[in-house]
Design a binder for this molecule. Structure first.
Ligand SMILES: [Fe+2]
Length: 277
């Protein structure tokens, strides 16, 4: 088996070919995959047939798994795996239905002191009428695109992060994972040394030194500025896709353009990261 890596868009992302994750990989093959995700930020491995043990072993090629919130969605025998099933969508207090895993552009779990460096999704079931793509945006490129004065302005800022105040987050999870965390808005990747914009707007309680209201306007404006076609890639899922991305330099978005009752099931695993710097 020869592993080869080919780009999937101009913005970011690569596909690994010649990989069967049910078989042991050589050290050289593991190195190629590990390097591919850090360099390309999103790595797609199509057409896999993994049981939960094989899926977890595959994710562990990239690091140690970490606990997730959304406790009620965790797989019973494998709590490192969250089963994101669109048919289990809950409604918020105002009746708004929140399809699981669907938000605005964000990086994952910034309410942790050491947020996940990678997130992996494995496609189990897809809505039969289509839809449910995942968008990815290259925050390294987005940072590089900014004028130096704006880069300097953003580099001085810290975000204060909370767990979302939504009905789908249980009271127990809010208590367990609800400590405020301060992170740099611009973080430096510990492996590549490259700077990237690091943000989960839904978890930003405020920007340090700004009012909550000013922070919201600031973040909305920032997202409008940075999410541009040249930094984004839209992944059209196929069943059996194993996709892993680098949260330290990527934001993602689950498109809500499908019928949740048709069933869109993804298995999600997080890989432990380091404190952002
Ligand atoms: Fe996410």
């Amino acid at each position: 088996m020869t592993v080869s890596i080919s780009p999937i868009s101009d913005a970011l992302g690569a596909e690994a070919n010649g990989v069967d994750l049910t078989r042991p990989l050589t050290q050289a093959e593991q190195d190629v995959l590990q390097q591919a995700v850090v360099e390309n930020l999103v790595l797609v491995i199509r057409n896999q047939h993994l049981n939960p043990e094989q899926y977890l072993a595959s994710v562990r090629l990239f690091g140690d798994t970490m606990p997730q919130h959304l406790t009620e969605m965790l797989m019973k025998d494998h709590p490192e795996i969250a089963v994101l099933d669109s048919r289990n969508a809950g409604a918020d207090a105002d009746g708004t239905v929140y399809t699981t895993g669907s938000r605005d552009w964000h990086t994952d779990h910034t309410n942790h002191a050491k947020p996940p460096k990678f997130t992996a999704l494995y496609a189990i079931t897809l809505p039969k009428s289509g839809g449910g793509d995942t968008g990815f945006a290259n925050m390294r490129k987005a940072f590089d695109n900014l004028p130096p004065s704006r880069q300097a302005e953003l580099s001085a800022l810290q975000t204060i992060n909370k767990i979302e105040d939504k009905a789908y987050v249980s009271a127990a999870d809010k208590k367990k994972f609800g400590v405020l965390q301060s992170h740099p808005l611009i973080r430096t990747h510990p492996e590549t040394g490259r700077k990237a914009i690091y943000i989960h707007p839904g978890k930003v309680a405020k920007i340090e030194g700004m009012s909550e209201e000013d922070s919201k306007g600031f973040v909305d404006n920032l997202m409008d500025q940075i999410i541009q076609p040249d930094v984004t890639y839209r992944h059209k899922w196929r069943i059996g896709d194993f996709v892993i991305w680098d949260n330290r330099a990527v934001v993602h978005l689950a498109h809500r353009d499908y019928d949740p009752t048709e069933g869109r099931v993804m298995q999600r695993v997080l890989v432990q990261g380091e404190a952002p710097r």
